[in-house]
Design a protein. Structure first.
Length: 364
């Protein structure tokens, strides 16, 4: 806490999405700060007692940082950020457009033809900076989600409040607005429930890219990036092979991020649905959004699980999550009837099964 108090200004500065994406070193610093705060949040009561104003400002910055990072990842804005860095000379020599395009010209196909198709903006996705920035932003989103889950009602409480003591909603102020506001890179735009559903969408899309011969959305097989790309490594870092340890690790991290997103989405949504002061029309609109977007996500992820066994997201982050491990008891409270194609009761799919049952239950 002494460290946080002494470096409060620098910490808050690093949580600004504009500063975090100014150059890659700043993004890495923001990533490390978020990971540090992810550990500090376990001592949040001491933090609030000693540095309440700094604590509140930090959590507020984390909310807007999450909104901005999700906007970059879900709307394909990483390309623009990399181009800006290149124009301002903030990329290293091997990451710059000149170096990537030169390698593209020198690389030859098996037929001996020189590849020159990187002269347009397509060079961006073949720069090592693209994957580096994308991975850093995913890490930042994961840390932000994990932190914010500590400030949202526990799932066990909100799901079981009908059978036990009601949840005191005054202890859990809403973190996200109920209005459907698309995430944008704007410090004045409040994060909304749509920020979380957008996080689910781009997370599933990244899972699909890790499996070029299998699709995470719908049932149409997707083309492998290595085949659609005019060049291959070392010019493009691309995504690791699906069977490589690096790909498995990345898949585990993405599943953990999706777990944190689902937990926060369910918690915040139920907090609104249980609040008698919320307009019934807003509640109905929220239900429709959840049925549509959460339902589609669950079907997409179920397809991904059915085609490839998923590694447990708990294995790498077992000590980092406030989510209750009693997902199976919560599933019983919904009294949902699973279809023949549903998530299993295994630990790695338990929370997703709960979300699927919840979305289906809203339609009844």
């Amino acid at each position: 806490l002494d460290f946080v108090g002494a470096h409060s200004e620098r910490i808050l500065q690093s949580l600004d999405i504009y500063i975090a994406t100014r150059y890659l070193q700043a993004t890495t610093e923001t990533q490390y700060v978020c990971q540090f705060l992810q550990q500090l949040v376990f001592y949040r009561h001491n933090w609030m007692f000693g540095l309440l104003q700094q604590h509140n400002e930090t959590i507020n910055r984390i909310l807007y940082l999450l909104n901005g990072a999700v906007a970059l990842l879900s709307r394909g804005r990483i390309k623009d950020v990399i181009k800006t860095m290149d124009t301002q000379g903030l990329l290293s020599t091997e990451q710059s457009s000149a170096a990537v395009k030169m390698k593209g010209r020198q690389r030859r196909t098996s037929g001996g033809q020189v590849i020159t198709s990187l002269d347009d903006d397509s060079w961006v996705k073949h720069s090592p900076a693209y994957i580096q920035l994308q991975d850093s932003l995913v890490s930042i989103v994961t840390s932000c989600l994990t932190i914010l889950n500590f400030y949202s009602p526990p799932l066990s409480d909100v799901f079981m409040c009908s059978f036990t003591q009601p949840v005191d909603l005054s202890e859990w102020p809403p973190l996200f607005t109920i209005a459907s506001i698309v995430p944008v890179i704007d410090p004045t735009a409040p994060p909304s429930i749509t920020t979380l559903t957008s996080s689910l969408a781009f997370g599933c899309e990244l899972l699909k890219k890790l499996e070029p011969h299998k699709s995470c959305v719908g049932g149409t097989p997707s083309r492998s990036p290595s085949k659609s790309s005019p060049i291959r490594s070392p010019v493009t870092p691309g995504h690791p092979k699906p069977t490589s340890p690096a790909a498995q690790q990345k898949r585990t991290e993405l599943l953990y991020m999706l777990e944190q997103t689902v937990a926060l989405l369910l918690s915040q949504s139920l907090r609104y649905l249980l609040d008698e002061d919320v307009d019934p029309l807003e509640k109905q609109a929220l239900k429709k959004q959840l049925v549509s977007e959460l339902g589609n996500f669950c079907q997409s992820l179920l397809l991904n699980f059915s085609r490839k066994g998923a590694p447990s997201p708990h294995s790498a982050h077992r000590t980092m999550t406030p989510i209750s491990s009693s997902h199976t008891t919560l599933q019983d409270s919904l009294s949902g009837r699973a279809s023949s194609h549903s998530f299993s009761d295994t630990p790695e799919q338990g929370l997703f099964k709960l979300a699927d049952m919840f979305a289906k239950n809203l339609t009844r």
